[in-house]
Design a protein around this ligand. Structure first.
Ligand code: FMN
Length: 388
């Protein structure tokens, strides 16, 4: 087995072992990919303040997210088609998260269904929903999530229409993959992946196929989005979904301080500062640059989480130091899954945990709750100096 020391090692293996269509689906952003690139490069602009001769013994990364104990404040983000990166991918990722002690978020657009994941885990997980036109379908989704003992709903508010990813169109992305000479030739080089897929029955959108009425082609993400997603979504409707669910709600995809205040007013329990990993509004600020102003606006009234661009424990530490109470990883765990299945997801979490706890020591902190902006060197103008 190769020596894995960082998320990039897993990414290389992921690329080698997974069909191009699905690797490209994960490793891309919308349009010019400016926001996708800056999500990671902006983390590098922040530097860490080294502290020496501070007692760093007994460090701990434990914390809470929406009142739930976590081994470190790093949840697995909802990722569509995870079960195409590796057979039964959502089940494997959920198991790895449960064993590690971090939250797992299941996407509506998953291959394994809510019931599948519940059957293979013992602790509550979180369920992500898109806001759809069909209230009956939404109500049924909530009922299924309740029956599966999900402890929170993550409502994604930044994808009523889909940002275009050029590679997905060129590759003809679908689940299961359409068989063309090019896709067959590529899949034939991914033997382990293919054997896994032959052995599982989970190859379709498990939460949708057989549950949604009148959707003609759920194999294609873009056609399902165009047909089912509600372009008229507003804050009133978000409040209605919160009431329909009746439990804890995390609103994902907030990038603006005014929107964060609206999230507060509809009674959300947490928000995720997120630009969907650079997959939606190309040209939006990176999440890490948007984070400080949102923390300043609402951070004392609502739990602020963040994602987009995290590839290391140092990145997690930077987000926490800027005031996030929790973070999420998307591609970083998908790279692990595509590389080595459940063991790979565990490896992603181990890599990030080790980097986080080591870096905490080197900046002279023992608890994640003690991290703050004094641990960082923030370049002047980091948040941007924009014309009103
Ligand atoms: C391949 C892929 C699929 C995704 N699918 C979903 C989804 O179904 N629902 C959702 O809310 N976010 C989805 N996201 C966004 C992630 O939840 C998260 O915001 C993003 O991955 C964070 O950026 P990172 O990958 O740089 O960590 C997806 C991201 C990726 C990379």
């Amino acid at each position: 087995m190769p020596v894995i020391t960082c998320i990039d090692d897993l990414k290389r293996l992921h690329k080698r072992r997974t069909p191009k269509m699905f690797y490209d689906y994960a490793e891309s952003g919308s349009y010019t990919e400016q926001t996708f690139r800056e999500n990671t490069s902006d983390f590098a602009q922040l530097r860490l303040r080294q502290k020496v001769a501070v007692d760093m013994s007994g460090r701990s990364t434990t914390s809470t997210m929406i009142g739930e104990k976590v081994a470190m404040p790093v949840a697995l983000a909802p990722v569509g088609l995870t079960g195409m990166q590796h057979a039964d991918g959502e089940i494997l990722a959920a198991k790895a998260a449960e064993k590690f002690g971090v939250p797992f978020t299941l996407s509506t657009m998953s291959i394994c269904s809510i019931e599948d994941v519940a059957e293979h885990t013992t602790k509550p997980f979180w369920f992500q929903v898109y806001t759809l036109k069909d209230d009956d379908f939404m109500r049924r989704l909530f009922e299924r999530a309740r029956a599966a003992n999900c402890s929170a709903i993550v409502i994604t508010v930044d994808l009523q229409i889909m940002g275009q990813r050029h590679k997905d169109l060129k590759n003809g992305l679908s689940a299961p993959p359409k068989l063309t000479p090019a896709s067959i030739a590529n899949m034939m080089t991914k033997v382990q992946w293919g054997l896994g897929m032959l052995q599982t029955k989970r190859r379709f959108f498990g939460n949708i196929v057989g549950h949604a009425k009148g959707v003609s082609d759920p194999s294609s993400l873009s056609s399902w989005t165009a047909e089912a997603f509600d372009e008229s979504l507003d804050w009133g409707r978000i409040a209605k979904f919160k009431e329909m669910w009746g439990g804890k709600v995390i609103l994902k995809g907030v990038m603006d301080a005014e929107d964060a205040k609206n999230a507060l007013s509809v009674g959300a329990d947490a928000i995720v500062v997120s630009n969907h990993g650079g997959r939606q509004l190309d040209g939006a600020l990176s999440s890490i640059r948007a984070l400080p102003s949102i923390v300043d606006a609402v951070g004392d009234k609502i739990e602020v989480h963040m994602d987009s661009g995290i590839r290391s424990g140092q990145d997690v530490l930077k987000a926490l130091s800027l005031g996030a109470k929790g973070t999420y990883i998307g591609r970083a765990f998908v790279n692990g899954l595509g590389a080595m299945g459940e063991a790979g997801v565990t490896k992603s979490l181990e890599v990030i945990h080790k980097e986080l706890i080591t870096t905490m020591g080197l900046v002279g902190e023992r608890r994640v709750a003690d991290l703050d902006r004094s641990n960082l060197l923030i370049p002047k103008g980091f948040e941007g100096d924009w014309v009103d």
